[in-house]
Design a protein around this ligand. Structure first.
Ligand SMILES: NC(=O)c1ccc[n+]([C@@H]2O[C@H](COP(=O)([O-])OP(=O)(O)OC[C@H]3O[C@@H](n4cnc5c(N)ncnc54)[C@H](OP(=O)(O)O)[C@@H]3O)[C@@H](O)[C@H]2O)c1
Length: 333
């Protein structure tokens, strides 16, 4: 029977989500890719438990994650996490922060997508069933739904909290004005809205330039950065070149605006700077995101315990000198 390591806390620092009492490990683990029904359960279980043993107590999933619509793949990442919760992590449920989301396609028909009241209220019940838990810690609107009035989505998410099925609410992929409007509506209802989950990494600083970080700070919420390594670009993997088969997330399309060779040159310069700090490139990329307290956590994706350990090593050196930050800005320009 799995027994968590006694020294699991103290390895990874924790941070508050905005002004709330919700505390997250600086580095969280996401189950978007390679955690569906096509993937082997045992190594994934091993990874989840290795993460928990090292102080990563926040797992991020979504109802849409899995293997797409092939053989009913949507929802299977939640099911995999649910299986590990049931078999190993149940005694630790009070220590865990489990997050899931609603908004992208999950089943055919108008209520299998979006954030209408019906989609949200059905969505949470289906997620809880797959996750084998009575509540999630964070429930997100995965995207802004142009087809549903924002007030309806906000009220539905507020209902989920009042039903005791989620403790905190988040939004994801909301543009600055949408986030501002949502925060105002949530605040009117006194809904505990704490996070905007956004694509943010050294090669994609959109949340800084769009004013989103400023809006979240003013609204007492935090950002949680997804894709912090840009599909692994910000690691030692692609220092010799980026293959033509490399798939970049839609939110990172602008990364290749000047061509892949320009990105490889940038990665090598960042890698040299990382070495000077005694870090790997992934560690530098994660530490750099955490330089601002508005960033509550960074959600990494990995299938490898070695990569997990590499990434967690970031917390050994989170400080930056003003000169280092200026040099990074110059390299990223
Ligand atoms: N809200 C949203 O719309 C949204 C969108 C995308 C993602 N997310 C969330 O964010 C999570 C992470 O996203 P992501 O998977 O794009 O994150 P990521 O950590 O930026 O990229 C993951 C990729 O990097 C590789 N990698 C990780 N650590 C590495 C290391 N130390 N050295 C070399 N390669 C490394 C992984 O390969 P290996 O498996 O080989 O380690 C994987 O291919 C998702 O699981 C999901 O929870 C949310």
């Amino acid at each position: 029977m799995y027994q968590a390591k006694a020294d699991r806390y103290g390895q990874v620092p924790v941070r508050h989500a905005g002004n709330s009492g919700l505390v997250l490990p600086a580095i969280s683990l996401g189950l978007w890719q390679h955690f569906g029904s096509n993937d082997p359960v045992l190594p994934r279980r091993e990874l989840l438990l290795a993460a928990f043993d090292r102080g990563v107590f926040h797992f991020d999933v979504a109802n849409h994650y899995g293997n797409g619509d092939h053989g009913g793949g949507y929802g299977t990442s939640e099911a995999l996490l649910g299986q590990v919760l049931a078999s190993d992590l149940k005694p630790y449920r009070d220590e865990l922060v489990i997050a899931t989301k609603v908004g992208y396609e999950i089943h055919p028909g108008p209520f299998g997508v979006g954030t209408s009241r019906k989609a949200v209220l059905q969505g949470i019940d289906d997620s809880l069933r797959r996750l084998q838990t009575d509540y999630v810690d964070i429930y997100y609107a995965h995207r802004f739904d142009e087809q549903t009035p924002l007030a309806e989505t906000v009220q539905a998410l507020d209902t989920v909290v009042r039903q005791g099925k989620a403790l905190y609410i988040g939004i994801s992929n909301f543009a600055t004005t949408q986030a501002q409007e949502a925060l105002t509506l949530f605040h009117e209802l006194k809904t505990p809205v704490v996070l905007d989950q956004m694509s943010y990494n050294m090669l994609n600083r959109g949340v800084e330039t769009s004013g989103l970080l400023k809006t979240l700070r003013a609204g007492g919420a935090g950002v949680i950065a997804y894709g912090p390594l840009s599909e692994g670009l910000l690691s030692e993997r692609y220092l010799d070149g980026i293959p033509s088969t490399f798939k970049i997330h839609p939110t990172n399309q602008a990364t290749f605006a000047d061509g892949k060779e320009a990105v490889v040159a940038k990665l090598n310069r960042l890698n040299a700077l990382a070495k000077g700090r005694g870090q790997t490139l992934s560690q530098l990329a994660l530490a750099w995101l955490l330089r601002d307290p508005v960033v509550a956590s960074v959600i990494i994706g990995t299938t490898s315990v070695a990569h997990l350990e590499d990434n967690l090593g970031a917390v050994a050196h989170l400080d930056f000198t003003p000169d280092e930050l200026a040099e990074i800005d110059r390299l990223l320009a």
